[in-house]
Design a protein around this ligand. Sequence first.
Ligand code: SAH
Ligand code: SF4
Ligand code: F3S
Length: 442
Amino acid sequence: MPKPKKLYIKTYGCQMNVYDSERMAEAMGGAGYEQTDTPDDADMILLNTCHIREKAAEKIYSELGRFQGLKLENPDLKIGVAGCVAQAEGPEIMRRQPLVDLVVGPQSYHRLPQMEARVREGEKVLDTDFPIENKFDTLRHRPKAKRGPTAFLTVQEGCDKFCAFCVVPYTRGGEASRPVTRIVEEARDLVERGVREITLLGQNVNAYHGTGPDGADWSLARLIRALDAIDGLKRIRFTTSHPNDMSEDLIEAHGSCTKLMPYLHLPVQSGSDHILKRMNRSHTAESYLRLIGRIRAVRPDILLSGDFIVGFPEESDADFEATLDLIREVNYGTAYSFKYSTRPGTPAAERPQVDEAVKTERLHRLQALITTQQRAAQEAMVGRNVNVLFEKPGRLPGQMVGKSEYLHAVHVADCDAAIGDIAQVEILRSDTNSLAGRIVRG
Ligand code: SAH
Ligand code: SF4
Ligand code: F3S
């Protein structure tokens, strides 16, 4: 057998890129590559990139520059750029950085082994097609290696919503859902390999409408019920949802499906109707709040998380105050917030921009409010019993770390639970970004 070649993959951006990186590693496994966790001894480096904000995209060029030395030491080293920057700026990457041998967009990963062969012949390869054949079909043959207790599973990809600030519809293409049978097969395979919790992924995961075994279009709720029936699968999560696709059956599933965890990431972006309209979000602050009310009526303890953009073009002080008001009203368990970043080619890029200093100040204020809510949500767990799925050893000897059903990280000292166990834990303390507790014996 020839010595395996080494592949180093570095992943940026969202969970979908994490999932895609695993699939790329598997595809390259078929071409004789094994993964390494350092670029230093790699035969091939792949950067799986994110284009969502300017900083994310620019980081790639500085990262590539750092590989110059490695390429001098090892002229056979091949460097590839995958993901959303590859899709958006493919030819520019090739122009700006001659070190790059390969540019591959998110829909073409199944072709990587063929591309690798061409690159080995000294060719430069750029493939950012949206091919007819489906990458998921060709990426099905996965090795049976044991896995950790949690996994991502992409069920839907792409977006038709065209929010005025966002590149995703351009980098990932239109909405497409995988068929139910394929997803169930993949979930069973993951469970056989040790997975206990699956997070279903999609840029608009709740817009899922895959073909079911009966030939009908299945909703995400129906898919979740099919996965619920898999023995050995203990927990189901999904992300990211859009408020407009939060259908009645999905809300209802939060009340009746015990494997569906009480955590929901539901981005709203702004609390000002004027800004929401300019963002092309097609919902209002009030419709979002009503939706939250309906979800909480079904699952009162659900922990909510969101995404916010501050300093969107034309955002006034009053618009920003409306966002703070909405946050106060919802009371989030956690949230992600970003300064608006101008993305070339998106409609908002052409509009009057908010001053950078104003954006910074607003971001700080918003984050301070979210931090207060996050702390309060954590404090509210103290004294309660939660179920923890243990994922890995902690930093201290004898300590284990896992996640509660609310996705809080929980540390347990002197812990005899094994990785993959779910145990009841009494929460004793809330630390900055995690909880600490002890196992409750039944
Ligand atoms: N599909 C998901 C989110 C995709 S991007 C959804 O619709 O919710 C993740 C987050 O990045 C978004 O929710 C938004 O808050 C942020 N984001 C997207 N484009 C951005 C931009 N141009 N500037 C700043 N933040 C942005
Ligand atoms: Fe981007 Fe909006 Fe689509 Fe989310 S819904 S991916 S923010 S365009
Ligand atoms: Fe980034 Fe692409 Fe995900 S732009 S957030 S990696 S879909």
